[in-house]
Design a protein around this ligand. Structure first.
Ligand SMILES: O=C(O)c1ccccc1NCC(=O)[C@H](O)[C@H](O)COP(=O)(O)O
Length: 242
């Protein structure tokens, strides 16, 4: 069957509010009100996935764990949870929300044995977030350096990682378009599906990403473009299903 690009509208939560950051920098946020309302709006618009990020947990400035669990519980669609999932307790709490999968980021860089165990135990419910500047990985809410992208990818492949979520930090929240070259290079380096994140600005970006589906791009996370009303989710879903 012809595969189409999956769309994951994003709800990033900071201090109980839906926000978008620029380059993932703490303090650069624009607020968009209730995250539950935002998530329900994406669901009503036909989303099949929600990408839900606890930014406080990612930055180590607290957490929105109860709210994230409430939002996940209120969804009839698939939910991908991200942000600050770094140990047994945070992983158990995230999985217990009933989400479809979780993204591990920092943990895959700083505690690789723990991340490998999580992959072995939970398989497809674990994705690894590869957040990069150039080809250098970043952890801890994108503030610490975490090694070379391609070396880490090879290690995670060998550990059985099911999928990657790839973010070019330089594009994130900037509406400057996804980094297609980076996506192509990563897809060439792994046979696992890759979800593109960061920078999507227009429907043509989604058309360009759809062309990379045969190479391994499985989905696209869309944040700022939806909040800035560059296009509607309905329009986006129509483009990717064409
Ligand atoms: O996902 C994380 O864990 C994370 C940690 C620290 C800063 C940002 C983080 N995620 C941001 C996102 O997932 C965005 O929602 C996504 O990249 C959408 O970007 P854009 O379409 O450019 O707004």
């Amino acid at each position: 069957m012809h595969k189409t690009l999956e769309l994951l509208p994003a709800v990033d939560v900071r201090d109980g509010q839906a926000v978008r950051l620029v380059h993932g920098v703490s303090g650069s946020e624009t607020s968009y009100g209730s995250p539950l309302e935002a998530a329900l709006a994406w669901q009503r618009s036909g989303a099949e996935w929600l990408h839900l990020v606890d930014l406080d947990a990612a930055f180590g400035t607290g957490d929105n764990r109860a709210l994230v669990a409430e939002i996940t519980g209120a969804m009839d669609i698939k939910v991908e949870l991200s942000g600050g999932i770094r140990d047994d307790a945070s992983l158990a709490a995230a999985l217990a929300t009933g989400c479809t999968r979780v993204n591990l980021g920092t943990a895959a860089l700083e505690t690789p044995e723990w991340a490998a165990r999580a992959i072995a135990e939970h398989g497809d419910r674990i994705a690894i977030g590869l957040d990069v500047t150039g080809t250098t990985l970043k952890g801890r809410g994108w503030t610490s350096e975490g090694g070379d992208l391609y070396e880490t990818l090879a290690r995670l492949d060998s550990e059985g990682c099911a999928r990657y979520v790839l973010t070019d930090i330089g594009r994130d929240g900037t509406l400057t378009g996804p980094n297609l070259e980076l996506l192509k290079n990563v897809c060439a380096a792994t046979d696992r599906p890759v979800v593109a994140s960061g920078g999507i600005s227009c429907l043509d970006d989604l058309r360009a990403l759809s062309e990379l589906v045969p190479q391994g791009v499985e989905g696209a996370i869309v944040g700022k473009a939806l909040y800035a009303k560059a296009f509607t989710l309905e329009e986006a879903l129509k483009v990717v299903s064409a």
